[in-house]
Design a protein around this ligand. Sequence first.
Ligand SMILES: Nc1ncnc2c1ncn2[C@@H]1O[C@H](COP(=O)(O)OP(=O)(O)OP(=O)(O)O)[C@@H](O)[C@H]1O
Length: 754
Amino acid sequence: MVCNHPDFQIEHDYLMYTKDYIKSILEISEKEQENYEDSMKEAFINLDYLDSSLSYINILTNARLLDMLKNDLASLIKVKDKPYFGRVDFLKDHTHTPATYYIGKVSLYRKDTQEPIIVDWRSPVSNLYYDGRLGDVSYQSGETTYHGKLTKKRQYMIESGELADIRDIDMTTRDELLQKSLQETSDKRLNEIVATIQAEQNEVIRADLTKPMIVQGVAGSGKTTIALHRLSYFIYHYQDQIKPEQMMILAPNRMFIDYISESLPELGVDRITQATFAVYAEQVLGKSLKIYPAVKELETMINGTKVDKEKQAFIAGFKGSVAFEKVVLNYLTEVRNHYLPDRPFKLEQFKIMSEKRLKQLFIKEYRYLPFEKRKEKIVQLLKKSFRTKKDEVLKHIEEQFEAQYDKIAHRVKDPLLRKETVSDLLDNKAFLRERVKKLTVSEVTKFMKEAEKRSVVQHYDALFSDRVRFISYLETPLTPQQLDWLFEEAESMRKKKTYSLDDLPALLVLKAKIDGIDPDLKMKYVVIDEGQDYSVFQIRALIRATGTKLFNVLGDVTQGIYSYRGISDWDQLMNQALPSAQDLYLKKSYRTTIEIMNLASAIVSLGDKVYPVAEPVVRHGDAPAFYQANETKDYQLVLKELIEGYLNKGHARIALISKTTAGTKNIKTILNGLAMESQLLGETDKIEADIVIVPVHSAKGLEFDAAILVQFDEQYEATDQDLKLLYVAITRAMHKLDFVAPERSMFLLDAIQR
Ligand SMILES: Nc1ncnc2c1ncn2[C@@H]1O[C@H](COP(=O)(O)OP(=O)(O)OP(=O)(O)O)[C@@H](O)[C@H]1O
């Protein structure tokens, strides 16, 4: 590429200067690293095992410095050939010379002058690159706002360490770098967007970090990518206060986690906790449960009978609702009221603590604690009172004896009878004293054996074991049919010792209220991708378990293929779970070509419901085509031709997507017949092959250079559920999309106006 930009030489020199500076820093740091390592070795040699404090501190200090150095070195090494991607020139008000900032993935300052050579993309001034148009601008750093003019905004294409091109961005020439980046194949994409983050995305990344956030974004609008960048931005700002493990990203499945983790190291967020909801719930419960796969429920919703679908939708919908949370909480109130033995704690006949006082402590005074912790506190208290009260009881026995003795002395006149009565009294007293003396604190333990001891899972089972009680916990009545469904389901699952995803929120609440949550599993910041698949109760339970409301939920209701369980309306989530959340929208779609995105929008518009329409970023490609196939040999012929064509065009990752799992098996047989290497993707698999075969529901969240939607005998109907499935399938393709089936109508293509 020949670059004719007038500043080419100046820019070339700056790049060389930066690269040289990085090289020298790396050399010096490597030496420093050796020094630290030597100091550590020395400290180890001098380690005096009897008085090791100094040497130990020495080792720790060096180890920490070494760690920091290694981290800094690792990030510098990563950027050494492409140290920055953009530049802004900012003329601060009342000054005459603009300051120039080169923007990259890390910061680098000259050691002697502290002048920035590169500024981190997450730093305040970098906001101008993403947000500012030439002219009057401002940016905020800490409490201060800087006003001025953005006089230059420039992008660089640096290839193999050499400056290949320069683009000045103004109103007219925009997004060339974005266009170039979007044309890249899938393997190169996720990491590189930092140079091309768009204004609406930048707003999401930099929005108030102290508030929860709900991001509604169309398919391919960068929700996953932007969530990762916001995490990176969060870490940059809070690195001294929050450990990466205290941040969690929840993704729909293992496959998706593997897919995003590839990009995490690049963003410096690789140590954050990554899990699926079920995995996190199992960690919290401290128990692995047999979980009925959510996709099986989904398949019932796709293929089941009308009644099965109705039943499934009711159960999942109810168990994900605030109404069910109320049932669980009402159940817990009853458990709480009888958690401790319903009697006073006594030493022999002497009351150490009344039932009323025990209840008062348990229900009122320790109400901020989980039940088990309240019990522990009361055990401590009882043990303490036991020790002090034991002497009091002995004294009391003595006093009681005195009083009774006096009474006998006065009232019993017959000396013989009096002698006998006194002798009995003495025996009783001695007996009682002996018994009390022998009592130990183990009395408290014995007493507490009568307290509640069911496990969290047993409590959950108990909730569904008594219909009358269950009804008494309901705040809004259910119909007998609905109750039958709930109880039949619970019974059949109990027999199989299986739970469904829909049972986990209730289990989390029970765990949080009864045992409490392990502090290591508490979080400070939680990102939920594919948030439309979560129920309100699921999010509320997560808030309770993680101990934070700092949630960033991203989703797209058009892709809500689990909508019978999840969120169909963001206002509901906002009102019922995250009332203080900021609400942001991503309207533009970056993944796909205009032709593919328009087709996807036309498909969803066939339904009765209205969903947000994506605005594709201007990038044209081939129109998606339909190929007819009836016999196996037709499928073989078409698929072979299409796949080979894609590969020849350099498309690195290809997906063959079918509506159901059964369909994917047929595709696999066909590709095997062609001796074409491919991978049939299960929920928990990692993508390993270039050609993957996947059912729509598992493809959600993923993207491929090219996709072929293949159907055999079943078709997509014009129902809300199927339209969403088809929408998800279509929007997985980045560059190329084709359809193969016996009829166009199987993809509803005939219904679309052309
Ligand atoms: N600003 C950008 N510059 C370059 N590429 C971008 C940008 N924003 C998004 N992309 C690309 O668009 C594609 C879609 O992004 P992503 O998967 O994050 O979207 P999504 O909203 O999570 O999609 P979906 O909901 O369909 O799963 C990715 O390839 C991503 O790299």
